[in-house]
Ligand binder design. Structure first.
Ligand SMILES: [Cu+2]
Length: 110
């Protein structure tokens, strides 16, 4: 009797998903949006990050750090500007010098 050992069992084809690099949603770009005399901040920033300010108001505003020398961004109506976040982690409260009732906090996380 001839026994032919077939050890090579054809394996079932496994579904191979090509692992394409998915862009991970890193909140690198932080945007401060100004609408109706109030700030909306998209999230914490990394030290020294470029912060984009989008002014959707028809009034000029500023993003001025309470701590002197940290950041002071002045922009006109419907203007988009950028400034550099502080290099030290922390919470930086800021105001609009034109409208001191406008307050916000920029969080820098290292
Ligand atoms: Cu203002």
């Amino acid at each position: 009797m001839e026994t032919e050992e077939t050890s090579a069992v054809p394996a079932e084809p496994t579904e191979e998903e090509s692992a394409t690099e998915e862009p991970v949603a890193v909140a690198e770009e932080v945007v401060i949006t100004v609408t109706y005399f109030s700030y909306q901040i998209s999230g914490p920033v990394t030290p020294g990050a470029e912060v984009t300010v989008v002014n959707k108001d028809s009034a000029a505003h500023t993003v001025t750090s309470d701590q002197e020398g940290m950041f002071d961004s002045v922009f006109g109506p419907n203007e988009t500007v950028t400034f550099t976040a502080p290099s030290e982690p922390g919470e930086y409260s800021f105001i609009c010098t034109y409208h001191p009732a406008m307050v916000g906090t920029l969080v820098v996380e290292g």
